[in-house]
Write a protein that binds this ligand. Structure first.
Ligand SMILES: Nc1nc2c(ncn2[C@@H]2O[C@H](COP(=O)(O)OP(=O)(O)OP(=O)(O)O)[C@@H](O)[C@H]2O)c(=O)[nH]1
Ligand SMILES: [Mg+2]
Length: 446
């Protein structure tokens, strides 16, 4: 997500921070670099222009040169501008006045509407809501089957209308009636996609929207299509007032042009982003946090939220006990790997740690790549339970057996064991009076 852009901005920020004094020429160079970075990211031309002139204005107004830390002042101006362009504050979902809140997902073919319907449903259920999904896509024969299947997998109710002759509008109407009777909190209507915006599609969508009186019309757009996504945002908005945008496939979009131009060009806020194919790979879009990630300053809030979601508190307490008794073993290391993996890819996580964003591109050769972690896991799986709880018992012949069992070699087994020793050492440091408090604070932070 934003890989290329954040690499460039991290460099720009580093250049500014390393300078004590800043000349007018430095600012000019910085602005040129910022402009180039934006254009290379496929940001809309007028948006990029406005971005630069706004920074210039603010730099003048705030008298950057007389500030004690001119570099920091400029960085703050750039970050504020980036946040503003991304939409300022995060915009939550509109809530209906009465049960249920009605959310309609619309968009072109294959952008990820159905997947996103399931992701949203799961997200809302995690917040303790009852949710109903409704398949209003009668264009593609397998579409209804797809949403029923997703509902089964996630244990989310799907309104099942068996009448083959029914229309999308009728299904929507019936489903809404059902949801009202059942006092369901949220109903998510998944609609049919088309290759391009056409009259027929728009008519159908407008009629459904009128029938259900949506609280949210969320336009789903594929981030990888860059400026086409932005244009399609404008086009759809001509027919149906769009209340929010969901940008999918951000995981495959290194450039970020669509995300950066969307709000400024269409005036519509991005409410969520899709970051992968799995049902939990959706994030609420927080402009300030994203700006911070792009500038290589990390995003500790999201990291803590992810940790809170994935690290089970009993597990953490159990770990704390073991650390106290000095019993941290390879089983615990394995469990840590698994929790970390659930939080997302190593590359994305690194982008959230302040100061580590610049490692992102180099991470494959680094010690903590996703591949390395998988290998370490299979090495630990090839150990016997006795070996996992008694790592000191793993002698030469055991190492040989483990290497064979995991399809690796002795060097790799040794690396994992060394990594374990380092972790053990680090934990000993952490388990001092201050260290422990720090760990618990991180996991318990409300
Ligand atoms: N990598 C990635 N893939 C995604 C994301 N969201 C959806 N997809 C994939 O995109 C493809 C199309 O997704 P669907 O949800 O079927 O798209 P749709 O808009 O409902 O398609 P139609 O109903 O045919 O118009 C699937 O292979 C999804 O797994 C995302 O955030 N990241
Ligand atoms: Mg679909």
């Amino acid at each position: 997500m934003f890989d290329n852009l954040s690499e460039k901005f991290t460099k720009i920020v580093q250049n500014l921070t390393s300078k004590g004094k800043i000349s007018e020429q430095d600012i000019k160079t910085t602005l040129r670099e910022v402009r180039l970075a934006l254009l290379e990211a496929d940001v809309d031309f007028t948006v990029a222009k406005k971005f630069i002139s706004s920074i210039e204005d603010k730099a003048k107004k705030e008298n950057v040169f007389s500030s004690l830390t001119p570099g920091q002042t400029i960085i703050k101006i750039v970050k504020d501008e980036m946040t503003s362009i991304l939409g300022e504050a995060s915009t939550g979902l509109n809530i209906g006045e009465d049960f249920p809140t009605k959310i309609m997902l619309i968009g072109l073919q294959g952008v990820g509407k159905t997947t996103t319907a399931a992701k949203l449903a799961l997200h809302l259920r995690k917040l303790k809501n009852s949710v109903l999904m409704v398949g209003c896509d009668l264009q593609r024969p397998a579409a209804i089957e797809q949403i029923i299947q997703l509902g089964k997998e996630l244990n989310i109710e799907v309104y099942n209308e068996n009448n083959q002759n029914s229309s999308a509008i009728l299904i929507a109407k019936e489903a809404l009636k059902y949801a009202k009777e059942k006092r369901i909190n949220y109903v998510i209507f998944d609609t049919a996609g088309r290759l391009a915006i056409d009259e027929e599609l728009m008519n159908e969508l407008m009629q459904i929207n009128k029938e259900i009186d949506s609280d949210e019309v969320l336009l789903t757009l594929d981030a990888m299509t860059g400026q086409d996504a932005v244009n399609s945002g404008n086009e759809f908005n001509k027919y149906i007032p769009i209340s929010g945008i969901i940008l999918t496939k951000m995981d495959g979009d290194a450039r970020g042009g669509a995300a950066l131009s969307m709000k400024a060009v269409t005036g519509i806020p991005i409410k969520f982003v899709g970051t992968g194919e799995k049902p939990d790979e959706i994030e609420i879009f927080h402009p300030d946090r994203v700006a911070s990630r792009i500038l290589g300053m990390g995003d500790v809030e999201t990291l803590i939220e992810k940790a809170q979601k994935e690290f089970d508190i009993d597990q953490v307490k159990n770990l704390e006990n073991k650390i106290k008794k000095n019993q941290f073993d390879l089983n615990d290391m394995l469990q840590q790997f698994q929790s970390i993996k659930k939080m997302g890819s190593m590359t994305d996580l690194l982008g959230m740690v302040p100061g580590l964003g610049s490692l992102k591109g180099k991470i494959n050769s680094n010690d903590i790549s996703d591949d390395k972690m998988k290998k370490a896991e299979s090495i630990i799986y090839s150990m016997t339970p006795y070996e996992r709880s008694n790592p000191e018992s793993i002698n030469g012949s055991r190492r040989n057996r483990i290497a064979n069992g995991s399809g690796t070699n002795i060097t790799e087994v040794n690396q994992v064991l060394n990594q374990f020793k380092q972790m053990q050492k680090m934990i000993k440091q952490f388990s001092g009076p201050n260290g422990k408090r720090n760990i618990m604070q991180m996991f318990n932070k409300k």
